[in-house]
Design a protein around this ligand. Structure first.
Ligand code: PLP
Length: 387
């Protein structure tokens, strides 16, 4: 017997990594040691104080109950303090911050809160696939906006304004950008806010990468008047090496936050208090902690550059976030072909750029989330395989 999934399920496919990891697992079960440079899941630990706080808080019998839908005041205060210290942005912890189970779930909550059939949504191509799938599941229609190397992977406002934007309700933005490692600056964010206001489009910046290989974290909410039309998602997954903890937040004006909470409070029943208290501790990590993590990423980045040179790729050395995005040599049809060849011949997996949209077809993306020795081994394997 088979129960037919709802027709909306035809709009989305199983997440690329979910299927690819099964293929890699199958190779491993045949005794092949695959090096996976695909997913950006930090391999480094959170700060020791974070882990101690989790352990201590978990010992308290009172800390195991359901928690508030809007998160612990301790966590909201810590987020507010973090935004003020690092981004120069003032957020009222009482009503301008909504803790989330990671930025990914926030994307779905925002989509469900604001979008429905008949609406259009601006989605970056290339971009994080969840913007597209979450938007599609609401019944809304996707309008790609093209990002290209020639335009430093920033949207071309003039080009976008050639289209009828009257049905566009929301625009997903993500700077520092994944997968390209491109960065925004204040001037660009000012233009983006003006664009949102002019066309009455909710701008949602997803900002999980601003602490990785970036000296000056930037928030869209630092722009004058941004709170009128913009929301920002943030996350501890990459910035604090806490991907498995599922801790993120949404920042914005109290009306937007209340709208999203109306949806979210119907979906989950709060976050484990010890995880919230430990996350609050992590948000107080001193600058030296971030510096130490970045020194490690910087060293790895050099190794990944070397690997990509061996593959004949072309890339900018000025990339933020925990990946390197590189253009493949023209001898390959696309990034999928290169990725498959390297997986089969060298047993090294590198993500094909096409999974982030058609604009990524001629690119690949390598993650920095492995030890230097793993990159050295990858370089050896690739060099041998290409001989
Ligand atoms: C651009 C982008 N946004 C959001 C996420 C998800 O982050 P979180 O772990 O906070 O859900 C990722 C994870 O890879 C990402 O690359």
């Amino acid at each position: 017997m088979h129960i037919q999934p709802a027709s909306r399920m035809n709009l989305v496919q199983e997440y690329y990594f979910s299927t690819k990891l099964k293929e890699i697992a199958a190779m491993q079960s045949r005794g092949i040691q695959v090096i996976n440079l695909g997913i950006g899941s930090p391999d480094l630990p959170p700060s020791p104080e974070t882990i101690t706080t989790l352990g201590e808080a978990a010992q308290n019998p009172k800390n195991h109950a359901y928690q508030s839908y809007i998160g612990s005041p301790v966590l909201r205060e810590a987020f507010a303090n973090w935004y003020h210290t690092w981004y120069g942005v003032t957020l009222n912890p009482a009503n301008e911050i909504l803790p989330l189970l990671g930025s990914k779930e926030g994307i779905m909550h925002i989509a469900m809160t604001y979008l429905e059939a008949g609406d259009q949504v601006l989605v970056p191509n290339p971009g994080y696939p969840t913007y597209r799938s979450a938007s599609l599941l609401t019944g809304a229609t996707i309008v790609d906006y093209t990002l290209s190397e020639e335009n430093d992977w920033l949207p071309d406002f003039e080009e976008m304004e050639k289209q009828d934007l009257s049905r566009v309700k929301l625009m997903w933005v993500n700077y520092p950008h994944m997968p390209t490692g491109a960065q925004a600056n204040t001037e660009f964010f000012e233009k983006l806010i003006a664009f949102g206001k002019k066309h009455n489009i909710l701008i949602v910046n997803d900002n999980p990468y601003s602490f990785i290989l970036n000296d000056k974290p930037l928030s869209i909410l630092s722009v004058e008047g941004a709170k009128d039309i913009a929301l920002e998602l943030n996350s501890l997954s990459k910035s604090h090496n806490m991907a498995g903890w599922r801790i993120g937040m949404l920042g914005g004006n109290p009306n937007f936050i209340a709208d999203v909470l109306r949806f979210k409070s119907n979906m989950d029943s709060g976050m484990f208090l010890p995880a919230q208290l430990a996350a609050a501790k992590a948000l107080h990590n001193p600058p030296e902690w971030y510096d130490k993590v970045n020194t490690i990423y910087r060293e790895r980045q050099q190794k990944v550059f070397e690997l990509l040179w061996r593959l004949g790729c072309d890339f900018s050395e000025n990339q933020q976030g925990m990946f390197v995005w590189a253009k493949i040599p023209s001898t390959y049809k696309d990034g999928y072909t290169l990725s498959d060849e390297i997986l089969q011949k060298a047993h090294v997996f590198i993500t094909p750029g096409g999974i982030f949209g058609s604009q990524g077809n001629n690119y690949i993306r390598a993650s920095l989330c492995s030890d230097v020795s793993v990159f050295e081994e990858s370089i050896e394997r690739v060099t041998l395989a290409l001989q």
